[in-house]
Design a protein around this ligand. Structure first.
Ligand SMILES: *Cc1c(COP(=O)(O)O)cnc(C)c1O
Length: 401
């Protein structure tokens, strides 16, 4: 057996089969490239679902992590540590908001957003106890906890995990009328992704996000933007909401916030909203730890210059132009997205998204399928134009074979 086959066989024997990875075993990576255990190099067009916006082994992030590893890695929030205040201040600044509540994974940050909205609803808005409702969108992806999958519309994500958490109302994504009709005086929040990543990089109709903003403001409801995947440069702006000139009441961040080095997530909002928490009412052992803060501070510093956002916008225009040409040819049915982020619907006759991904892997390009015949393209923002073009050439080769 090859080194690849041996590694995959042991992984299958000893890990739960809750993923179906492509048959490649990565041993090292740098920038937009990964090298497998047999020395083959692959172009990474997934970037860890956008956790790796700044590329593999980013020098600044690795140096920041190493320096912090030598000083202190964990204190718990029982004590202050010397990276915490800076992290919260800088992140709040980046978001033009006031307060930060750090967690680790995206799902934990979404859970935090849900708890915040409910507590705000009872303590500030005056919703009767136990009556708070949060409106979410169909085809959402917000994570994998029992509460979060309770408001998923994806049977795969949801089946056999009941009983489900009540208190959520699902309306069609992009439909303002349905949203307006779903709102009651007990609605405390609308939780949406400004672009739905896992659903296939679905961009809502123009005017939807401003409409959500207006409706939520009118009805004294929190607008929570889950920017865990869309945020931090991916779409060509710091936040996807900015494309529509919208400022939500709360950002939920994760993935790229930890630079692909450590899990870092956070809820960022106003003092009115995050001010609802008193000591002991919420927390996390690892949330806001010194190592996480040190890496995230470097991420924030990199985003502050705007250069990654600019790069994502420029290369993204190029990506969408090239994919648009493919869409004219019959092999591609639709292309969606913004910046360096695209959902590509392949003509089903050419294969499932999985099959296309496997063929691309043979061509040394790594992508991930979503549903049906859709693949997504989301390279690290540090990818060179030449490498991106090489990847697009491989895609054209696979689609014309
Ligand atoms: C990935 C993702 C999450 C969940 O993040 P985890 O770190 O996997 O828990 C939540 N929301 C969105 C939009 C995501 O893309």
């Amino acid at each position: 057996m090859s080194a690849t086959e041996t590694a995959i066989a042991s992984a299958e024997a000893h890990s739960a089969h809750n993923y179906h990875p492509l048959p490649v075993v990565v041993a090292s990576a740098e920038g937009a490239w990964m090298t497998d255990v047999e020395g083959r190099r692959y172009l990474d067009l997934l970037a860890g679902y956008s956790a790796l916006n700044f590329g593999h082994g980013n020098r600044r992030l690795i140096d920041a992590a190493k320096a912090q590893l030598e000083r202190v890695t964990l204190t718990s929030r029982a004590f202050h540590h010397d990276r915490f205040a800076d992290f919260c201040t800088r992140l709040a600044e980046l978001c033009s908001m006031e307060m930060v509540l750090p967690m680790n994974t995206g799902a934990e940050a979404v859970e935090t957003a849900v708890k915040t909205a409910r507590k705000w609803g009872y303590r500030v808005k005056g919703v009767p106890d136990g009556m708070a409702k949060i409106i979410v969108a169909s085809d959402n992806f917000h994570g994998r906890t029992t509460t979060i999958i309770s408001f998923s519309t994806d049977p795969e994500a949801r089946a056999d995990y009941g009983p489900y958490t009540p208190g959520f109302e699902i309306v069609p994504y992009g439909d303002l009328t349905a949203l307006r009709e779903a709102m009651t005086e007990n609605t405390v929040a609308v939780l949406i992704e400004p672009i739905q990543g896992e659903a296939g990089v679905l961009v809502p109709p123009a005017g939807y996000l401003p409409g959500v903003r207006e409706l939520t403001r009118e009805r004294n409801v929190l607008f929570i933007a889950d920017e865990i995947q869309s945020g931090l440069g991916r779409t060509g702006k710091t936040f996807a909401c900015e494309h529509e000139g919208v400022v939500p009441d709360m950002y939920v961040l994760g993935k790229a916030l930890g630079g692909g080095v450590v899990p870092v997530s956070a809820v960022v909002s106003s003092a009115d909203v995050l001010g609802v928490f008193k000591p002991g009412e919420h927390g996390s052992t690892f949330g806001g730890n010194p190592l996480a803060c040190a890496v995230a501070l470097e991420v924030i510093a990199m985003l502050r210059t705007g250069e990654y956002q600019e790069r994502a916008a420029e290369l993204g225009d190029h990506l969408h132009r090239e994919l648009g040409l493919l869409a004219g040819g019959g092999a591609v049915e639709a292309v969606r997205g913004r910046g360096l982020w695209a959902g590509v619907d392949i003509a089903p006759a050419l294969g499932t998204g999985r099959e296309i991904s496997e063929r691309l892997m043979e061509e040394r390009v790594l992508v991930k399928d979503t549903h049906g015949s859709t693949i997504r393209i989301a390279p690290p923002l540090v990818i060179s134009k030449e490498d991106l073009d090489w990847g697009l050439d491989r895609l054209r080769a696979v689609l014309s074979a």
